[in-house]
Each structure stands twice: as C-alpha cells, then as structure tokens.
Design a protein around this ligand. Structure first.
Ligand SMILES: Nc1nc2c(c(=O)[nH]1)N[C@H]1C(S)=C(S)[C@@H](COP(=O)(O)OP(=O)(O)OC[C@H]3O[C@@H](n4cnc5c(=O)[nH]c(N)nc54)[C@H](O)[C@@H]3O)O[C@H]1N2
Ligand SMILES: Nc1nc2c(c(=O)[nH]1)N[C@H]1C(S)=C(S)[C@@H](COP(=O)(O)OP(=O)(O)OC[C@H]3O[C@@H](n4cnc5c(=O)[nH]c(N)nc54)[C@H](O)[C@@H]3O)O[C@H]1N2
Ligand SMILES: [Mo]
Length: 757
C-alpha cells in the first residue's frame, strides 16, 4: 500500500477563481500535455464548433456572448488535460503489473498512468490482463450474453459523459437484446429532480436558460458548490449581481464559490476587490432545507393574508396551478418555531430570507447534490416548486427551476432513453423505428443492479464509461457483487478501480475521448450533447487519438450489437458506426424536439429542446402545475451520533482524483479527513489532525473506516463532511430514497471514535 498521507490545514478561502485558478490550470495542463496541444485544446473548448467540455453540464453562453479564446474554467481545463495526456498504457504495462499489484494502488495512481490504448482481457484465473483483438472482445461478450438464462441477467450501466449518439444506440442495442436493465449515474445524482419536477411542472429538467439568471431578482443556491463543481456558473452569478440581483446561499458550510469571485478571464479583476456574491448565507443543518423552505412559505402566507393577497401571485396560482387550498391548510397546522428549529437556521435569518423573497417577483432556485442525495430529496424539490409557483416564478423571464446537472451529457443520455423505466410511448416509437418489440418490464437502477449481482441474479456487467465500483454506495458490497459476475467489461479512457475489481473474466475496451478526432470511412464525425438548460450542441475533438487501436463509443456499441444480435436484428449496425448522421436521423424519428436534427445542429450554438414549463405551459395530467404537501422529515439520530455527508473536493471529478488539494477549503495533502465543527470536537476531546475511526449505522447494521484525520471546519454542529468516493464504504446500499432510489449519500448516521493506533 502507498504511504499514508498527512493532512495540512490552511485558511478557508473567501474568494473563488482569480489568479490562483489560472496558475493551477496552467500547472495541471503542463503536467499532462505539451504546451501547444494544451493551448490548442483549451481554445477549442466550448467554442461553437469545438469540443463540449467533458467536465460539467453548465450551459455555454449564446454564440455572440462567448469569450473569443477561452470558454472554460480551472476544473474544465483539468478534465481536458487529464484526458489529453500524452502518457499511455498498453500491453507492456499490464504485463508489468499483475492485478494483485494494481489493486494495491490508489485511485489517483491508477488513472494517472495515462490513456488506455488497446483492448485487454483478463482470462479466468489469470494474474494479468492480456491483449485481445476487438473482434475477440466482441465475440467474448456476445458469447456470454447469449449464454445467459435471461437477458435480465445482464446489466448495462452508463455514465453521463457519453454522447447522445452513443447513448441512443446503446439503449437500442440493450432493448433489442431484450432487457431494460439500463442503470446510469443519474440514478445516484439528479434522479429526484427529474422525478419531482416531472410530476409537478410536467418536465423533469431546468426551466431557466443562462439569460434568465442575469435577469433574476433573487437566486437561491441550495446544496450546491458551484465554485468547484460548476465554476462557469459564477460568471453568470456575477452578471446577476451587476444587474442588481441578490443571492441567498443555503448550505451547512460556507463555500468559497459564493462568498467572492474574480473572473478568471478578466485579469484586471485578479488584483481588485472580488465581487461579493452571496447577500445572505443560511447555514442549515444537513437535510434542514425542507423545513427552511416551509418556514419561508409560512411567513409569506401570513403576510399575504394580512396584506390582502399582495405577496403571492394569485392570478398565476388560479390560472396555472392546483392544490393551493390543501397546501395552505397544511401550513396552518405547522408551527413556525418548530420549522425554524428543524432548519437549523436562526429565526432572524429565516425572516431576512423571507423578506428578500417577499419583495421580489423573479425568483430562481438552483440546487444540486446537497438536495437530491437524501431519502426525501423529491419532497424538498417539490417544496422549492411550491415556493416558486406561489410567487408566479416559473415560466417567465428571470425566474424558475435550476437543477444544476453534473456530468456533461447526463441530461442528454436520459433524453436518449437511458433509463430503466422509459415510458411505453418511447418504446413504441423505438420498436417501430428499428422493427422490433422492445421489452416492457422495467429494469434495475444502480442500487438494484448492485443487489442483483450480489444475489446472483445478474452475471454480466458492461459499463459505458464511468467507474461503477466506486461511484455506487456500500463499496465492500459492490466489490463482492462485481466479483460474482461471469464477465465485467468497461468502455473507458483511463484505468480505474472498476477494472481491477472484476468478474471471473474481465474486459477493458478503450475508447476515444471528447478531445480526439473521430474519423470513419464516411469522413470526420461529430457527436452531440445536451446541457443543463436543454440546449443541444455539437462536439468535435481536434487532437490525434491517443492510440490507433481506439474505437469511438458508437463503434464499440455497434460492434458489440452486431456480434451479439447476429442474424436476430433488422438494424444495419455497421452503417450507423460509420455515419452518425444516420443515428441522428433515427433519434429524430423516435424523440420529439429533434426535428431537422442534422440541419439544425449546424446552426451556431445548436438549438433548444422544447420546454413547456419555460414557456408557462405545464404538461401535467391536467395542464396545471401542482402545489403539493410534503412532510418535514424526521432527521433524528441517536444521542452522541452525527450526520455525515459525502462530497467533492476541488481536485477531483467524481471518482477521478486529480490531486489532494481542496484549495478553497484549505485542506491539503490528504483526502482521508472529516470536517467537523469545533464545538463538536471539543465535546469529543479531539484536536485538529487527530486520527479517528468512523462507524455508520443503518437498520441495525454497522460499517466502519479507520484512521481519518479531523479538520476543524465551519460546518453546522452535529454535521460532518467527508469526501466521496472514500465515504462510500459507510453508505448502506438500502439507505436511499424510496421514490427515486437515489442513495442518501448526504445523510449517513455515524459515530466518531479516536483511532486506537
Ligand atoms: N470539478 C468538478 N466538477 C464537477 C464534478 C466533480 O466531481 N468535479 N462532478 C459533477 C457531477 S456528476 C455533479 S452531480 C455535480 C455535483 O455538484 P455539487 O452538488 O456541488 O457536488 P457536491 O460536492 O456533492 O456538493 C454538494 C454541496 O451540498 C452541500 N450539502 C450537503 N448536504 C446538504 C444539505 O443537506 N443541504 C444543503 N443545503 N446543502 C448540503 C455541501 O456542503 C456541498 O456544498 O458537479 C459536477 N461537476
Ligand atoms: N458517496 C457519494 N457517492 C456518489 C456521489 C456523492 O456525492 N457521494 N455522487 C454520485 C454522482 S452525482 C455521480 S454522477 C456518480 C458518478 O459516477 P460515474 O459517472 O460512474 O463515475 P466517474 O468518476 O465520473 O467516471 C470516471 C471514469 O470514466 C471514464 N471516462 C472518462 N471519460 C470518458 C469518456 O469520454 N468515455 C468513456 N467511455 N469513459 C470515460 C474514465 O475511465 C474514468 O475513470 O457518483 C455518485 N456517487
Ligand atoms: Mo452527478
């Protein structure tokens, strides 16, 4: 094992981006790429005809507003440099390192070795991966798939970096094979947003565009850390502030990203005073958000009654919503004091927030994982919708819902049919377009996929991107589940834990990355993606591929489909692999909103998909947006225990660890830490950097990790922060939302004990 790292603690930053970000971008790029290539790729990033940044799903500005040379952020640049590295690993590497040796390496080390170049196979009982031809790899998978007792014994995972074209052909193949087992990273991410918004507003996506943000009166940013995870959002928040808008941040810890901001591409701002972003900071308790929003609504309701109905938008409520009377009646039964107490925020701050909302008409609520990764994520989001609807703040300029998506094409993958429970209308059209009868039985989502493998109900796993083994909760159980499979295979760019914790046989299928040229017999191909605001754009790399043996994701999927469905499919898979225009024609046939796809995608900036809620049309069962009554969750835990949340540092992309520098939080050199309030530390007699063991509790089961260091932090009392994926060991597989099945990675009951050693 690698030597244990020791944490260094520095001051928490109160400003995001600025010069240190530029410096950090430069050093990460130079570490990984040659200068010329690095600049070439960065300049291509998010330009109208360039490559869609693979880091996050934040929308690009309209073509005229785009920065001429650079439309990226520090973390986007890191993601690019990481993918476009000139280091490669091929057969010689796998000959040198046995699996036993690779398993001892850290997650950072595995990915750091460079780009995968050649298909590799691990034969049953072998100690090393060895080279295999593409044909051999496809045949091995086909043989396994065709020998299963039922197609439902196969799991087909997707991570959100996959293009629309690859995702569409993947789900098409999987359904022609005969199953809906299509879990994806969204199952662990924004599932609750899709569900709650779909139900209440008729569309499970954001209702706002970038331009709305600049025009909002008040933007609430709840359970999200944009400075790290969507840095380009800060530019829009800065514009909002310059237009006189106000920002309310709701988070158990103050994140640098919304305290202050210096624009990275405006050097004159690097030295001057930063733009102060947040006007009001509400330090909630973990999962105190729903109580907070209810308290705000209750205060506004009282004032609305007193003022004769001037606070809420009663015309809008009458014309566009239902459920008002039930919602108001339910509020009469809630005690304001109890709601405020449950939120963890002081009464005067809750009143201050209510006053800011009361006096304004255009409200946006933005949120991410701090909200969705809870057992009651959907309830909280429905409560956001309540507040917005009461203020008439959905379907007009400068107002609306903003679930900030994670992976750069996670939203597009879902639009393309990557979902274990696609509706019949979609399946009907898919079946018609490709002349087959799609299976109707719902498949398994991520958590149930783990269980199916652990319980021997599934024996084949294929991952289209991602790192399933580390991204899913309950790491030890997932390891066991993967090891039980007959075959685990991964379409990947870099080596990761999922390749070294494997089934009886395993395959590594190396693919082109976003930054690379994708050339087929029909010429240079491009792919398309969908951002958080529902805009479809093209993405085209400009670098030479890392190896001549790489295949594109669509080509790998079509190759596998051809080998597996041999003679049983009416689809000319080879033709689609050569010409992605053909794929887009089929997408147009199956999915609404893609009319003239191949023509409109050529427009600078692409095009927006239809969005009823954005235009004030609520495409629900009765054409009205629904106000709903949602219970305040019981967050009670045993005395002396804490609530733990697992989140991202500034130096990672999900399970990809770039380094150990969580710069804004001042935590350096180690990730094996917990962030804890000083009062709680005092209570337990702990000093900074002490080593502790952490035990989690769920349904009478215990899970533990040892030797993490304590970092005193400005986090709500009783709450603890830890990094993902290290914390996943503690998240029980059944600790999830019963509605969306999303793991509650932000709510784990734990106790802390000083380490024995
Ligand atoms: N550089 C970089 N960019 C990324 C990613 C990355 O790993 N690195 N990941 C991408 C992906 S897939 C996603 S989904 C997004 C994730 O983006 P975020 O949602 O910003 O990710 P997390 O780090 O999980 O941060 C969650 C935030 O919620 C807060 N929080 C935790 N619990 C609660 C709670 O109960 N209530 C409230 N109000 N706040 C809470 C935490 O303090 C933290 O600020 O980012 C995407 N972009
Ligand atoms: N405890 C806890 N667990 C969580 C979360 C949390 O906050 N806390 N967050 C959850 C969330 S929001 C998400 S989205 C999931 C993320 O889950 P995943 O999407 O499964 O994980 P990533 O770490 O993004 O995947 C990284 C791998 O993708 C591969 N890759 C990179 N680029 C490409 C590409 O272009 N093509 C292909 N084929 N492969 C590529 C590389 O091999 C890399 O190792 O994790 C979830 N798990
Ligand atoms: Mo995500």
């Amino acid at each position: 094992m690698e030597k244990k790292r020791k944490v260094e603690i520095k001051k928490i930053k109160d400003t995001a981006v600025g010069f240190p970000a530029i410096k950090s971008t430069g050093s990460r790029v130079l570490e990984n790429m040659k200068l010329k290539e690095g600049l070439q790729t960065l300049f291509n990033l998010n330009q109208v005809e360039g490559c869609d940044c693979p880091s996050c799903a934040w929308p690009d500005p309209d073509p005229d507003d785009r920065s001429k040379i650079a439309e990226y952020c520090e973390n986007g640049a890191k993601a690019i440099a990481w993918e476009a590295t000139h280091k490669t690993i091929g057969p010689a590497f796998f000959e040198e390192y046995s699996l036993e040796e690779l398993r001892e390496k850290s997650n950072h080390w595995l990915e750091k070795q460079g780009r995968l170049t050649t298909p590799m196979v691990l034969r049953e009982g072998a100690a090393h991966y060895e080279e295999i031809s593409w044909k051999g790899a496809f045949e091995l998978m086909a043989e396994q798939l065709n020998s299963l007792d039922s197609p439902d014994e196969a799991i087909f995972y997707t991570s959100g970096r996959t293009s629309n074209e690859a995702a569409f052909m993947y789900q098409n193949f999987v359904r022609q094979f005969g199953t809906n087992n299509l879990p994806d990273c969204s199952n662990m991410c924004h599932e609750a947003s899709g569900k709650a918004l779909g139900e209440t507003t008729g569309i499970g996506k954001a209702s706002v565009t970038l331009n709305d943000i600049q025009e909002a009166d008040v933007l609430m940013i709840i359970g999200q850390n944009p400075g790290t995870n969507a840095p380009r959002m800060l530019t829009e928040l800065q514009k909002l502030k310059k237009n006189g808008g106000k920002i309310i941040a709701v988070n158990p810890m103050p994140e640098a990203g919304f305290m202050g901001f210096r624009h990275p591409q405006k050097p004159w701002e690097w030295l001057g005073k930063p733009t102060k972003l947040q006007d009001l900071y509400l330090q909630v308790e973990i999962n105190g958000d729903i109580a907070l929003i209810k308290a705000i609504i209750k205060i506004l309701h009282e004032e609305d009654k007193k003022s004769g109905g001037t606070i809420f938008d009663h015309d809008f409520i009458r014309n566009h919503t239902d459920g008002y009377d039930e919602l108001m009646a339910s509020l009469e039964n809630e005690s304001l004091a109890a709601l405020i107490k449950a939120s963890g925020v002081s009464a005067d701050k809750v009143h201050e927030a209510a006053a800011m909302i009361r006096d304004n008409k255009k409200i946006i609520i933005a949120w991410a994982m701090g909200i969705t990764q809870h057992k009651n994520g959907e309830d909280t989001i429905r409560e956001f919708v309540n507040l917005l609807l009461l203020k008439g703040s959905i379907g007009k300029t400068g107002a609306g819902t903003l679930p900030v998506r994670g992976h750069s094409n996670v939203q597009g993958d879902r639009t393309m049919g990557i979902w274990e429970q696609m509706p019949d209308a979609f399946l009907d059209r898919l079946g018609k377009a490709f002349d087959f009868d799609p299976p109707r039985k719902h498949g398994v989502a991520a958590v149930d996929a783990v269980k199916a493998m652990a319980e021997d109900k599934a024996k084949f796993f294929l991952g289209l991107g991602g790192n399933f083994t580390l991204a899913t909760p309950d790491t030890n159980l997932v390891f066991e589940a993967m090891r039980k499979c007959e075959l685990t295979a991964h379409i990947s760019t870099k080596l990761n834990r999922s390749h070294v914790v494997h089934g009886k046989q395993a395959l590594i299928l190396p693919c082109l990355g976003r930054t690379e040229i994708d050339e087929t017999s029909r010429g240079r191909q491009f792919v398309t993606t969908e951002d958080t605001a529902g805009r479809i754009r093209m993405s085209q790399g400009n670098l030479e591929p890392a190896s001549e043996h790489l295949k594109s994701e669509p080509a790998i999927i079509c190759g596998l489909a051809e080998a597996t469905l041999n003679g049983k499919s009416n689809t000319d898979w080879a033709a689609y692999a050569e010409d992605y225009n053909l794929i887009r024609d089929k997408i147009e046939e199956v999915i609404d909103g893609f009319e003239d796809y191949n023509t409109r995608i050529q427009q600078p900036g692409g095009f927006y998909l239809p969005n009823g809620a954005r235009e004030g049309r609520f495409e629900t069962d009765n054409g009205k947006a629904h106000l709903t009554v949602n219970p305040v969750p019981n967050n009670e835990i045993a005395p002396g225990h804490f609530i733990l949340m697992t989140m991202r540092s500034h130096d990672q992309f999900n399970t990809t660890i770039y380094g150990c520098s969580d710069r804004y939080r001042g935590i350096e050199n180690s990730r094996e830490v917990i962030m804890m309030n000083r009062n709680d530390m005092e209570e337990l007699g702990l000093e900074a950097k002490d080593y502790v063991d952490i035990t989690s509790y769920f349904n009478g089961e215990e899970r533990s990790i040892t030797d993490f260091q304590v970092v005193p932090y400005d986090i709500s009392e009783g709450c603890i922060g830890m990094y993902f994926p290290e914390g996943n060991v503690l998240v029980a597989i059944d600790n999830k939302s019963p509605e969306s099945l999303c793991p509650s990675s932000k709510f784990v009951e734990v106790s802390i004990q000083p380490s024995a050693s």
